[in-house]
Design a protein. Structure first.
Length: 251
């Protein structure tokens, strides 16, 4: 008992009491802000090899962005990354940030399906599918379960079988070899079911977007309920995004 008290005294509480207001280190790159400063837009666009930046007006697509920060380093007067980790949305176009935009992004309650709030508000079981991922987002999803973040306190848990799940979480760009297993997993989840894309690779294909080794036709056939950008995704981004999805509703 005394040993435990000593550890608690020296280390403090390891868990995050409120994941909705927790702060992250200043080096974290979250929601971008694009100023109205005049720069060489052609040079700015050419900085990003993934075409995440476009011009006239300047826009940054977080669904393509790998959060490398090179644009902010070369054009600090134009682009900065805040520490705002609440960047999950349920509309793909909301991941495109335009110059002059300063408001935080959030899940649009009008676009949340009624059954999501009715059935999953207090309990959501998810089956994670690594569809050719590099394990970075997968590690962060594992971290969401640890003692610091403890996503299970909200009734959100990962399960081993899709037959026990309420939806799937997709990481990775969806390779040809994983296209059929992904479909099989989705089909095994009982209706109604949720689809969540986690990470740049899952949302746009990331650095593999033009690879012939990918097969992303699955995403053309189904409604995506939540887009969670990041490379990799921070546990706080994932947790807050899912909470927004299952708790927000019209009116």
């Amino acid at each position: 008992m005394l040993g435990h008290i000593k550890i608690l005294y020296h280390q403090g509480k390891q868990f995050i009491p409120d994941v909705t207001t927790a702060e992250v280190p200043g080096i974290f790159r979250g929601r971008p802000v694009i100023s109205l400063a005049q720069v060489n837009e052609s040079a700015l666009v050419s900085v990003c090899p993934l075409n995440a930046i476009s011009a006239n007006p300047v826009r940054l697509d977080l669904g393509r962005c790998t959060f490398c920060g090179e644009c902010a380093r070369q054009f600090p007067e134009k682009i900065t990354f805040t520490t705002d980790y609440k960047i999950a949305v349920n509309e793909r176009e909301s991941l495109i940030f335009k110059e002059g935009d300063t408001e935080p992004v959030t899940v649009n309650p009008a676009k949340v399906r009624k059954e999501i709030h009715q059935l999953f508000r207090k309990s959501l079981k998810l089956r994670e599918v690594s569809a050719g991922g590099d394990n970075s987002c997968e590690w962060e999803l594992n971290a969401a379960n640890n003692v610091q973040f403890d996503i299970g306190r909200f009734g959100i848990e990962f399960v081993a079988s899709p037959r026990h799940a309420d939806g799937i979480v997709i990481t990775g760009p969806i390779t040809e070899n994983m296209a059929d297993p992904l479909q099989i997993c989705y089909d095994a989840v009982p209706d109604p079911k949720v689809i969540i894309l986690v990470g740049t690779d899952a949302i746009s294909g990331g650095i593999f977007a033009d690879s012939p080794a990918l097969n992303r036709k699955f995403l053309e056939n189904y409604h995506i309920d939540l887009y969670i950008p990041g490379n990799p995704v921070h546990p706080l981004t994932f947790i807050n995004g899912v909470l927004d999805l299952i708790r927000k509703r019209k009116g």
